[in-house]
Design a protein around this ligand. Structure first.
Ligand code: NAD
Length: 299
């Protein structure tokens, strides 16, 4: 009797709230010990409704753990150089330990130049080239929040990464590529698939751990997944009926996988939590290493 495996659902909301509770305690101890309150600056350009919602979620999350946040809003017409000046002022502000530029920026703004202006010790989103490069050689200051959240979810279930076959579907700069590097750094064997991959199933079926971040509902069907695989669904898709869905056929794959993340309530809550974690780490570092903190800037 083969007997079907019924996956354990990884409760990202519960893991995230556990980490936030621990963070709140650590931040309160930091304040008592040093008088320093971790500070996050969020830059929002224009009035894109989704970006506005994301920023208010981040601001609320900061408040819930005792991080002070300041939001700087700018009109959609702001130029690259003006934005860089604002970032430089935040780089020099000792009350700010993290700087986040909400993406996407308007098309006339040079995103790369803006992200490169952020001091690396305050780059809590991990998008500065220094931190991206650090991922390659395993020496990064801040890991990007979504893949970092996935690693924390795997750790929360004691899922072994070393020596596992990992397949990542999606190769973006903010999810797929850093995810691959972070899992390689933990000695997984990693394959990355993308929109031009021929016969996706031929790769996904080999995965012990399958991470899907493509933004395509129902891209991954049960027959594409190995029995007992760990399936992490990063995708967030708004369906015509208004409901949120991931990239995998959750119902079908839950009958086959050993672990699976739901959408919503899986990877999503972890992303903002890792932003809080990075901001706290930056503030702690500034206290422990006051002489080097502001000198981490690249020329
Ligand atoms: P993106 O559009 O920048 O990249 C998508 C990637 O998926 C590309 O590499 C593309 O080649 C690949 N892809 C697209 N269609 C494919 C297909 N049919 N087969 C194989 N690969 C395919 O997207 P992104 O910013 O990386 O985000 C991916 C998804 O993750 C989106 O649904 C996004 O909303 C979600 N997301 C979630 C979180 C979170 O916190 N949970 C954070 C970031 C992104």
């Amino acid at each position: 009797m083969g007997g079907r495996v019924l996956a354990k659902i990884i409760d990202g909301k519960a893991v995230a709230s556990r980490i936030r509770l621990e963070l709140a305690e650590k931040i309160s101890a930091l304040k008592k010990m040093s008088g320093v309150t971790p500070g996050l600056a969020v830059i929002l350009v224009g009035d894109d409704p989704a970006s506005t919602v994301y920023v208010s979620n981040k601001v609320r999350a900061c408040g819930s753990v005792g991080i002070k946040s300041v939001t700087q809003r700018f009109g959609v017409e702001i130029e690259t150089d003006d934005l860089i000046e604002k970032i430089k002022a935040l780089n020099d502000d000792p009350d700010i330990h993290g700087i986040l530029v909400q993406l996407p920026l308007p098309t006339h703004v040079n995103v790369r130049k803006v992200l490169e202006a952020i001091a690396i010790e305050k780059d809590v989103d991990g998008f500065h080239l220094y931190n991206v490069g650090g991922l390659v050689i395993g020496d990064t200051i801040f890991s990007p929040c979504t893949p970092y959240g996935v690693v924390k979810l795997l750790e929360s279930e004691n899922i072994n990464i070393e020596g596992q076959n990992v397949v990542i579907v999606g190769a973006s700069n903010i999810v797929g590529k850093p995810m691959a590097l972070m899992l390689m750094a933990r000695d997984a064997t990693v394959a990355i698939c993308h929109a031009k991959t021929r016969d996706l199933a031929q790769f996904t079926i080999l995965a012990d751990i399958l991470v899907v971040a493509a933004g395509k509902p129902n891209l991954i069907l049960p027959q594409m997944v190995k029995t007992g695989a760990v399936v992490i669904d990063v995708g967030i898709n708004r369906m015509p009926d208004g409901r949120l869905s991931g990239d995998v056929d959750f119902e079908g794959i839950a009958q086959k996988a050993s672990f699976i993340t739901p959408v919503p309530g899986g990877v999503g809550p972890m992303t903002v939590t890792m932003l809080l974690e990075n901001t706290f780490q930056s503030a702690s570092y500034s206290i422990k290493n006051p002489c080097t903190y502001q000198k981490l800037h690249l020329p």
